[in-house]
Design a protein around this ligand. Structure first.
Ligand code: ATP
Ligand code: PRP
Ligand code: NIO
Ligand code: MG
Length: 566
């Protein structure tokens, strides 16, 4: 098998590239046509056997409930779906495997058929990635030969579910932290495997994080990479005697300090003697000091120290300040500290006071503003608690709770048939939220006078679209009494065509990750604040036109058998 890396360094299988080779293959090479559930193949066989495989079907991909107890979701994962179908083609060995896997009674003609299929006859309409989206409104509308589109169900839902969930989780963390804070994703070690880790870094960036510690994600997606150091680095040192190479050239290159360690020790003594700091600390931990000096010698422009290995206020902070002041003598500005345990509100406030005292006492401009990063099992709740208590943290490093989506394991995305051979289809359920909305549809976001989105409305494909300034009746899809007239100030059609084999149709370009990240921030910004709040947020309205409402209920009555009581 001939494999070579694409522009992103991702290995793609050239044999799959039957579509115009403008769209690279999936980022994860495990995403192949076999990455689907067995039942998609058995159904494909049965469609084929019944002569139905080429019947034109329309499926909607949507979710039923917003995650994390919220009232909004951010849509992500579209680019990977398009990369997947743009390169959808079975390899010979995959066909051989399927032949061995499916019952021996499956006829050869089916495998010849599978070998021949691609997605050139499939059309995908979707909401742009990074958009704020709501339950029941199709995120994607996939149309094509029923057997082919059926095979796409599992990979599409797989590619959208976690991507949208973790992007939403990141957006929620950003919302509580506030715009001014730096948010760092530190989750790789805790993520669900390598794909979980890479996807988390990519989609947390889309959802509003500033950087990741994950180098591979940085390389593949161009996400800024950031990091500090660990407790192991601090505890690996025994004391300053260990430091052999002690010289440091000043920032402007004009002088060399031959013994940086002794400059640091002098500063530490000055700090100890300072009346205002008396009682805060005595002897600091010398192995920690050695670690800080070594890190500063290695990265004088980027000195950031983890200060909680021994004791934050009695050792970590004074040691850091002594090194930072020595660096300052040579024209360098220390980046800051990281707190990874204890009461982060209290410790950050105490640290800030310490920094400000130094700025005032030693006349070091800006020292009071030295950066404070916090980490340690942070999540929406702890960020919220820190805000309420008051804190002095500038940057948060967040791992486990963010990338594992600890607060909610999955976003229940589904893929439902809404039309076949131009015949609308409905899926009924005892549970009304599980009743599907039939028909090939269009959807629109209607904006009000104040610029906020008012509601989303779905219509049949052939209905005239809502118009700005024109009154339209918007109905809850299932509850008869819930309806409202809306005069939108602005109307935005939600779905665009992202994939088509039809050369006469325009295909929307896939935006960059950064553009999706910007769209996400802009969409979140324009939401009415009561939809966004954490406690009891107001649900955003999702509606259908009067014509679609009537049709749903006509079809419902038509399909639901009438019971008989005796
Ligand atoms: N001021 C605060 N208000 C609310 N939660 C906080 C505050 N400060 C820290 N936390 C959170 O409290 C938890 C403290 O974790 P834990 O009880 O394991 O102690 P620790 O600080 O990690 O101590 P150690 O490292 O010594 O075990 C973390 O989830 C952290 O994010
Ligand atoms: O806490 P998280 O949100 O998952 O963020 C990442 C964590 O990973 C690192 O240490 P690690 O957890 O490996 O060790 P520690 O628990 O001893 O800090 C880091 O110090 C953070 O605490
Ligand atoms: O760079 C860091 O500080 C970091 C990276 C990963 C996990 N915890 C911390
Ligand atoms: Mg930890």
């Amino acid at each position: 098998m001939d494999v070579k890396p694409d522009v992103n360094g991702v290995v793609n299988d050239e044999n799959r590239n039957h579509q115009p080779a403008t769209i690279a293959g999936p980022t994860n090479p495990m995403v192949t046509p076999l990455l689907t559930d067995l039942y998609q193949f058995t159904m494909a066989y049965a469609y084929w056997k019944a002569g139905k495989n080429n019947e034109r079907a329309v499926f909607d991909l949507y979710f039923r409930k917003n995650p994390f107890g919220g009232e909004y979701t951010v849509f992500a994962g579209l680019e990977e779906c398009i990369r997947f179908i743009a390169n959808f083609k079975f390899l010979k060995e995959e066909i051989t495997f399927l032949r061995e896997t499916l019952p021996p009674t499956c006829e050869d003609g089916f495998f010849d058929y599978l070998q021949g299929i691609d997605c050139s006859d499939v059309e995908v309409y979707a909401i742009p990635e990074g958009s704020v989206v709501f339950p029941k409104v199709p995120l994607m509308r996939v149309e094509g030969p029923v057997a082919v589109v059926q095979l796409l169900e599992t990979p599409f839902v797989n590619l959208i579910n976690y991507a949208s969930l973790v992007t939403t989780n990141a957006a929620r963390h950003r919302f509580v932290a506030g715009k001014s804070k730096l948010l760092l994703e530190f989750g790789l070690r805790r993520a669900q495997g390598p794909d979980g880790g890479i996807s988390a870094s990519r989609y947390c960036y889309m959802g509003g994080f500033d950087a990741t510690s994950n180098c591979a994600a940085g390389k593949i997606f161009g996400i800024p990479i950031r990091g500090t150091h660990s407790h192991a680095f601090v505890s690996s040192f025994m004391g300053p005697d260990e430091i052999i190479e002690k010289s440091l050239i000043s920032h402007d290159g004009s002088q060399t300090c031959e013994d940086f360690t002794s400059v640091v020790q002098t500063w530490l003594s000055k700090l100890k003697r300072l009346g205002i700091l008396k009682g805060i600390f005595g002897e600091t931990n010398q192995s920690e000091l050695a670690a800080f000096i070594s890190y500063a010698l290695a990265f004088p422009d980027n000195f950031l120290a983890l200060v909680d290995t021994y004791d934050v206020m009695r050792s970590g902070i004074p040691n850091f300040c002594a090194v930072a002041l020595a660096l300052n003598d040579l024209g360098y500005k220390a980046r800051g500290i990281r707190l990874d345990s204890g009461d982060l509100a209290y410790l950050s406030c105490e640290t800030r006071k310490f920094f400000q005292t130094i700025e005032n006492e030693f006349g070091v401009p800006g020292f009071g503003k030295t950066g404070i990063t916090a980490s340690n099992d942070l999540n929406e709740e702890t960020l919220d608690a820190l805000n309420k208590q008051g804190h002095e943290v500038d940057a948060f490093g967040i791992g486990t709770y963010l990338v594992t989506c600890y607060a909610q394991a999955a976003l229940g995305c589904v893929f439902k048939l809404v039309e076949i051979n131009n015949q609308p289809r409905i899926k009924l359920s005892e549970d009304v939220v599980k009743v599907s909305i039939p028909c090939k549809k269009r959807s629109f976001r209607l904006y009000g006078k104040e610029g906020y989105p008012l509601l989303d409305i779905m219509s049949g494909e052939d209905e005239p679209p809502p118009k700005a300034g024109e009154r339209i009746l918007c109905r809850h899809p299932f509850q008869e009494s819930k309806r409202a007239f809306v005069v939108p100030q602005r109307v935005e059609e939600l779905m665009k065509c992202y994939w088509t084999g039809n050369p006469d149709k325009e295909r929307a370009e896939l935006p960059t990750l950064k553009e999706n990240r910007e769209r996400c921030a802009q969409h979140l910004d324009q939401m009415r604040p009561d939809h966004m709040r954490k406690l009891n947020p107001t649900p955003y309205k999702v509606s259908v036109t009067a014509k679609l409402y009537d049709f749903i209920h006509f079809l419902w009555l038509n399909e639901a058998p009438v019971g008989e009581l005796q």
